[in-house]
Design a protein around this ligand. Structure first.
Ligand code: NAD
Ligand code: DAU
Length: 356
């Protein structure tokens, strides 16, 4: 029996990780800790919420007293830490919120883990079965030119307040391994897509706008390149790394699947024309070039050969197949979309949308 704390489990990737662990490991107790910000939604987990090995706790990782109390109440064997402010555009509007959750929140969790781990060592004199897994991003490596890929030894060079806060949290995680001997693991993943993706990010926003005949905002000339990975493949990689990596190690996770934003949007428009039975080329008329993101990284590409060679993980889905699956999911989950596009999100989106 293992008890695993998953933070940010009501968000996009977190909900897939929670679902995978709850279903795959019925003998584990999975505790989902989430503040339920605008990006967190318990509806993402409605299919597993009544499972006996799942429980939810609403709480803020920035609140150190709350986090310490949580660790004194539960005997966790591991933490899979996904809770974060995750949207680059919001980090440009409000950097401090990213420092609070992504840096202070992570250090609070590390401190609670360290205290719990040392206490066990002092009392029991035996090593504790405990691991702190930090879920991070390829954005910490900065930007690439036309060639090359990020490896685990690429120097950190973050450019947005979001990536700077994630880089900082990665450094703290490594420091707690090197200084205190805490069992930590980090993974840095490329752009995810799939079901339950919050529609402020490029793919779900574009699907939502195409469906509703709204402009598709493409930043700059749409030449920026991202490396897309199906979210369930990311969750599987987290499972493999959590259970098999050596303490203190880092793994890159990516799809070997680079697309310029404009090519990706054109492909999405083609799929949407077919699904909505529109004349070919109809959805592409919605493409609208808008003001570029400040400090916009040109290209990300992940070399995940270490993960493949050492732990045997590879992505399972081809992009076209994954994208079509994702479109089908969004078109059949209108109620979910209507719920998450009301209130705070709508206000933010309207304020941010600037036509070039
Ligand atoms: P998300 O924004 O969809 O979800 C974040 C979750 O964290 C939400 O449920 C939110 O309520 C929760 N949260 C935020 N602040 C909190 C706080 N102070 N206390 C407790 N809970 C809080 O994010 P996501 O896209 O699912 O990303 C999850 C993790 O994966 C993040 O750490 C992100 O940096 C990383 N990541 C994301 C991607 C991607 O493409 N989305 C790629 C690589 C890495
Ligand atoms: O690379 C991993 C990162 O991917 C994660 O760490 C982040 O949490 C996640 O949000 C994502 O960051 P991006 O900034 O790459 O994702 P986003 O969907 O916001 O943007 C993808 C690309 O599309 C980027 O080049 C900016 C562009 N874009 C985005 C939006 C929202 C547009 O052209 N128009 C848009 O409206």
């Amino acid at each position: 029996m293992k008890k695993i704390l998953i933070t940010g489990g009501a968000g996009f990737i977190g909900s897939h990780v929670v679902r995978l662990f709850v279903n795959k490991y019925p003998d584990y107790q999975i505790v989902n800790l989430d503040k339920l910000t605008y990006a967190g939604n318990l509806a993402n987990l409605s299919d597993i919420e009544n499972k006996p090995n799942y429980s939810f706790i609403k709480g803020d990782i920035v609140d150190a007293a709350f986090v310490n109390e949580l660790f004194s109440q539960h005997k966790f064997n591991g933490v899979i830490h996904l809770a974060a402010e995750s949207h680059v555009d919001r980090s440009i509007s409000n950097p401090l919120e990213f420092v609070m959750t992504n840096v202070i929140g992570t250090v609070n969790l590390l401190n609670a883990s360290k205290a719990y781990w040392f206490q066990h060592l002092n009392n029991e004199k035996t090593p504790l079965d405990f691991r702190f897994y930090h879920v991070s991003t390829d954005e910490v490596y900065g930007t690439l030119g036309e060639t090359g890929m990020f490896t685990e030894t690429t120097a950190y060079d973050p450019h947005s307040p979001y990536s700077a806060s994630k880089a900082s949290s990665d450094h703290f995680v490594r420091a707690y391994h090197d200084t205190f001997g805490l069992d930590t693991v980090i993974s840095n993943c490329s752009n995810n897509y799939g079901s339950y993706h919050f529609p402020e990010k490029l793919i779900p926003l574009s699907i939502y706008n195409i469906k509703n005949n709204k402009p598709i905002p493409v930043y700059g000339k749409g030449e920026n390149i991202r490396d897309w990975l199906f979210v369930e493949d990311h969750a599987n990689a987290i499972d493999v790394i959590f259970h098999n990596a050596k303490a203190g190690t880092t793994y890159n996770i990516g799809g070997h699947n680079e697309w310029t934003n404009i090519d990706l949007i054109r492909l999405l428009c083609k799929i949407m024309d077919e699904k909505l039975q529109r004349p070919e080329g109809e959805s592409a008329k919605l493409i609208t070039f808008v003001k570029d993101r400040a400090g916009h990284d040109l290209r990300y590409a992940i070399d995940s050969s270490k993960l493949k060679n050492e732990l045997g993980w590879t992505p399972s889905l081809q992009f076209e197949e994954g994208l079509e699956k994702t479109v089908d999911w969004f078109l059949s989950h209108q109620e979910w979309l209507n719920n998450v596009t009301s209130g705070d999100y709508k206000k933010y989106y309207n304020e941010q949308y600037v036509k070039r």
